[in-house]
Design a protein around this ligand. Structure first.
Ligand SMILES: [Zn+2]
Length: 95
């Protein structure tokens, strides 16, 4: 972010059928690092409920909002309308 003029959009991209969000909804113990994500995903589940797609979308929005607050550089650029920081969801086709 040193070169301030080059960035227009930061996109926090969730994805369909996300195992981490699914596991957070089910509050199941899973092996590996995914359990470490629960506390960060839980606010989205609290807000959106247990619908996977809604929780995934809400999580992306919450994470984008956190990112906008976490960095003064990002916050200033957003305030000056030079940068957008948004959450979105990439939907994979089910096969
Ligand atoms: Zn995922």
């Amino acid at each position: 972010m040193e070169q301030r003029s080059g960035y227009k959009v930061i996109l926090v991209m969730g994805h369909s059928n996300c195992g981490a969000v699914k596991a957070a909804i089910q509050a199941k113990g899973v092996p590996g690092q995914i359990s470490a994500l629960y506390p960060h995903i839980q606010p989205a589940v609290d807000q959106a409920g247990t619908d996977l797609e809604a929780a995934t979308k809400t999580n992306a929005k919450i994470q984008a909002a956190l990112l906008r607050q976490a960095s003064t550089v990002i916050a200033d650029l957003v305030k000056e309308h030079k940068l957008k920081c948004r959450g979105s969801v990439l939907r994979y086709r089910q096969r």
